[in-house]
Design a protein around this ligand. Structure first.
Ligand code: PHE
Length: 339
């Protein structure tokens, strides 16, 4: 019996755990009211008196070893939880993370890019501060051309003129100067016009302009692209092309989409007609191709340009363009998107 008790002391001393439950099981096994020690002390009563001294000592040692062990393990456990507790309770459920949202202008811009990239358009970008050549002259708008007044300009320097670009057609000029046809590119970006601010227009806004140049490009190709775009973007493709004028395209047109008159906002943004002008377009004027060193005998192309704000207003039924720039979180947090 003495050997058995000594063996048990060895077991007790080498016992290790970090689990609260296992400590409890250990405690009950040795020290519990129906535990091993209880049995051993009962057995002790029956042993020969000559053996009692050594065995009694060994049993006491076993009991002390077991209760020391329980204390030691519990202390270690507490210490561990204390170190963890500088982070708080690691098992508690976390607080919900506040998800940011994209600006509606970015959502719509990304959507337009997605629609055009499906039919092979790449994205090109250029500077917001432009020279006269790329914003005006190369686009068939020489100095003193009356059509320059169509886009009131913020000038930064004069002679030579440096200005804030009034459209991203300037990026297309840069793109043509560096690439030969076939060209399929869209240019999204911020543009600036010296205009009065109202619910429908602002002095800073965003555009996406597109350019397609190849052999045998016709107005029918342009129209087909517009139908594809409006269908993808709005789910509707009732459009009309109104003859118009832009110096860099000939013939030129403005594109209206039939939106309907279902809500009060529809009435407001379509001025009660149900139709909304969404972009300008046309066949690239041969002069523009020549200015960018593209053979205008061999190649033809179409171009179009649209305002992102106007499209976002339509899609999200936003009644006032100024809301885009106020950065009011109550407005912004309504736009959750993965795009
Ligand atoms: N650049 C024109 C604008 O800003 C839009 C446009 C682009 C029109 C291409 C025709 C062709 O108003």
């Amino acid at each position: 019996m003495l050997d058995k008790v000594k063996e048990l002391i060895g077991d007790v001393q080498s016992f290790k755990t970090t689990s609260k439950e296992e400590i409890e099981v250990f405690k009950i096994k040795y020290l519990g009211s129906k535990g091993l020690l209880k049995d051993l002390f009962n057995e002790f009563k029956t042993v020969d008196a000559s053996l009692k001294k050594d065995l009694g000592q060994a049993l006491n040692n076993l009991r002390n070893a077991a209760s020391d062990k329980v204390q030691e393990l519990n202390e270690a456990l507490e210490e561990q939880t204390e170190t963890k507790s500088i982070y708080g309770d690691l098992t508690r459920p976390s607080e919900a993370i506040e998800l940011g949202s994209r600006h509606p202008i970015s959502i719509v811009r990304n959507r337009i890019i997605e629609v055009f990239s499906k039919i092979g358009f790449t994205v090109s970008e250029g500077p917001e501060i432009e020279d006269d050549w790329h914003n005006f002259t190369a686009l068939n708008l020489p100095e003193y051309h009356p059509a320059r007044d169509m886009q009131d300009t913020f000038f930064i320097e004069q002679n030579p003129d440096i200005l804030l670009r009034t459209h991203t057609s300037s990026v297309q000029v840069r793109y043509m100067e560096e690439n030969q046809p076939p060209i399929r590119t869209i240019s999204p970006g911020r543009v600036f016009r010296n205009e009065d601010i109202s619910s429908r227009s602002h002095c800073i806004f965003h555009q996406v302009e597109g350019l397609y140049i190849d052999t045998d490009v016709s107005f029918a190709d342009l129209k087909q692209t517009l139908l594809y775009f409006t269908k993808e973007m709005f789910g509707k493709s009732k459009i009309r092309l109104r003859p118009s004028y832009f110096p860099f395209t000939e013939p030129s047109a403005e594109v209206d989409i039939y939106w309907g008159l279902e809500t009060e906002i529809d009435h407001k943004i379509t001025k009660g007609t149900g139709w909304l002008e969404i972009m300008g377009c046309g066949m690239v004027d041969p002069n523009v191709l020549k200015n960018a060193n593209i053979d205008s005998e061999k190649y033809t192309g179409y171009a179009f340009g649209m305002g992102i704000e106007r499209i976002a207003m339509l899609l999200y039924q936003i009644p006032d363009i100024r809301m885009f720039y106020e950065n009011d979180v109550r407005f912004l947090e309504q736009f959750k998107s993965v795009l």
